[in-house]
Design a protein around this ligand. Structure first.
Ligand SMILES: [Zn+2]
Length: 599
């Protein structure tokens, strides 16, 4: 099965790229753009920046100590996309592998002298994930052999002892290689890496051990903390180990950490990681919109984690968060032309970013950049969009479940259906049976979709958030129609989220909206919104919204603190246009805000 995550047990089984085929639509278009533009864009930059030439032995070596991992993520994207340049790039990588399986262009000659920051095992993790992708889409070849030799080298070198890597990812990679090959040493190595963490396994560092989740054993942790990508990649590996070893306690520990993190450390967009400092989670309720870091990679890691927890438990809340993160983070991370990327994803930008010479923007999030010195996000977007069909639907003994409706054909167990929908712009989702069969067809009803209905054969009934289903047998031409209410809605923060008090945001369906001020449009500094029903405008296939606001008040005359509460803005009333957050920043430098003060 062509699938990045294939657990041997769980409430739901994933359907892979061979079972789910995207058609033109919100995600199908993005997957096509990724295949045709973004992968080539990355390949071009990786060559030009020297990160591929590093594997040919070109010196001086260029790029950061972990730049090998970017080539592996690109190889993974190519494997899922069936890209013709994969074999040649795999040969280049193979040329740098040493006789015992060791492979790293930075540390060759001084291997494993800095596990805290060296990223050697991290790089292997991405190499192994690329190898598994190739194995599952093509079968054995140079790339799979390089990855397996590296994994065997890791098992020989690290099976005994107390060491691990400063940046998790190898844990989930090894479990997946175990799933793909059946070789138990990979699972055992992953299990040991998970259990070693927090004993501690790494040296103390100025950031503190929580930065790389080595402050306490994973079973004892209460919440995700430290560097967000590290924390979420580790959690993915922990779920994988727990599922394959039947360790219920370990799975429950991650579920509890996820629940608290979602309740207290997650932005409306699904973004995780409040702090620019250390690219880390903040404290509970530390969720400032303007200083939100929300790395694109952390959101991808969150989607990967939610998917794993969904497969293990069948609980719709994991798919709900995945949906929020897919539409408001993954889709935001890449420009509409597929050639530039956000690294950080704040919810407010006060000053339009200044375009530089096309590369190496500080990853602050005001303008997408074609490249970064640390280009984890572009490659991560590429591999995720290339494997996206695997995240959309699942199967069980009952039948199939569609978690994320988008135009696609889904085949499983003799049943074939076509999903037809204009989602997320339109709330109607039709599942048309192409080839009949038995089994239940279930469609996720998101938590926000109050009053949704499901129609079959002229009978319509209201359905609650969770899963709405209908039972077979199915004949070709049978139809199931889900109607999700798409009325725009105002969303308010809990008072504990100090930075957002007194403000509100607008959502419609799965989309978070924002005000974006390009060029001459009104400044967003002191708008005050009236909580009134937003007006919809359909513009070139996109739904924009308009809300009433008052402008004015202006800047304070001096010291911005006084002895009475600030009054309402006194300026004129006007209408403020809101656009989907994922589309912002595609019209040049702009200011932007998701949360609007309520006046
Ligand atoms: Zn990144």
């Amino acid at each position: 099965m062509a699938n990045p995550v294939l657990p041997s047990s769980g409430v739901l089984s994933p359907l892979g790229l061979d079972s789910v085929r995207l058609a033109p639509g919100f995600w199908g278009d993005r997957a096509a753009l990724n295949r045709e533009v973004t992968i080539a864009h990355c390949l071009d930059w990786d060559e030009r920046e020297g990160w591929i030439p590093n594997f040919r032995g070109e010196r001086p070596r260029r790029g950061r100590e972990f730049s090998d991992s970017e080539i592996y993520k690109l190889l993974e994207a190519m494997a899922w996309a069936g890209h013709p340049a994969l074999p040649a790039l795999a040969e280049t990588v193979a040329g740098a592998q040493e006789g015992d399986g060791y492979l790293n262009t930075r540390w060759t000659g001084s291997r494993y002298t800095d596990l805290e920051w060296g990223h050697e095992l991290y790089c292997y993790g991405h190499l192994i994930q690329a190898g598994v992708a190739r194995l599952r889409t093509h079968g054995e070849d140079t790339l799979t052999r390089v990855a397996t030799r590296a994994a065997d080298h890791v098992c020989r070198r690290f099976m005994e002892g107390t060491q691990t890597c400063g940046h998790p990812v190898i844990e989930m990679a090894l479990v997946e290689l175990y799933r793909a090959t059946g070789a138990e040493r990979y699972l055992e190595m992953a299990r040991r890496f998970v259990e070693r963490r927090g004993l501690p396994a790494l040296a103390d560092i100025p950031f503190g051990r929580a930065y790389y989740q080595d402050d306490q054993p994973v079973r004892q942790a209460q919440v995700f903390r430290g560097h967000a990508v590290r924390a979420l990649y580790l959690a993915c590996g922990v779920v994988d180990v727990a599922v394959e070893t039947g360790d219920e306690e370990l799975l429950k520990a991650v579920e509890a950490q996820w629940e608290r993190t979602v309740a207290r450390r997650t932005h409306l967009t699904g973004g995780m990681g409040s702090r620019h400092a250390d690219e880390s989670f903040g404290e509970d309720y530390e969720l400032p919109p303007d200083r939100a870091y929300n790395e694109t990679c952390a959101s991808i890691a969150s989607i990967m984690l939610a998917h794993r927890l969904l497969l293990a438990t069948g609980d719709a809340r994991y798919a709900d968060l995945a949906e929020r993160t897919l539409y408001n983070m993954l889709a935001t991370g890449v420009a509409l032309d597929g050639r530039s990327f956000f690294y950080a994803n704040p919810l407010q930008v006060r000053v339009p970013a200044v375009p530089l010479d096309g590369v190496n923007h500080a990853p602050e999030g005001g303008l997408r950049s074609p490249w970064f010195d640390v280009s984890c996000c572009p490659h991560n977007v590429a591999r995720t969009l290339a494997s996206l069909p695997a995240y959309l639907a699942t199967s069980s003994a009952d039948g199939i479940q569609v978690h994320h409706p988008t135009p696609a054909e889904i085949r499983h167990g003799g049943l074939a259906v076509r999903v037809e929908t204009g989602y997320p712009w339109d709330g109607a989702v039709t599942v048309r049976v192409l080839e009949g069969g038995r089994g239940r067809i279930a469609l996720r009803v998101p938590a926000w979709a109050k009053g949704a209905t499901l129609a079959r054969g002229g009978v319509t009934r209201e359905v609650s958030p969770g899963y709405a289903s209908a039972d077979g047998p199915w004949r070709p031409g049978d139809e199931l129609r889900l109607e999700l209410p798409m009325t725009p809605r105002w969303t308010f923060p809990h008072r504990r989220v100090d930075a957002l008090r007194g403000s509100a945001a607008v959502e419609r369906g799965p989309l978070v909206y924002c005000a974006e001020s390009v060029a001459d449009e009104p400044p967003l500094g002191d708008v005050a919104a009236r909580v009134a029903p937003p007006v919809e405008h359909h513009v070139d296939g996109v739904v924009e919204l308009e809300v009433p606001v008052s402008l004015g008040g202006g800047e304070p005359a001096g010291w911005p603190y006084g002895d009475a509460p600030d009054g309402e803005p006194s300026g004129p009333d006007t209408a403020l246009r809101l656009v989907p957050y994922h589309r912002w920043g595609n019209r040049g430098p702009a200011t932007m805000r998701v949360w609007l003060p309520v006046g």
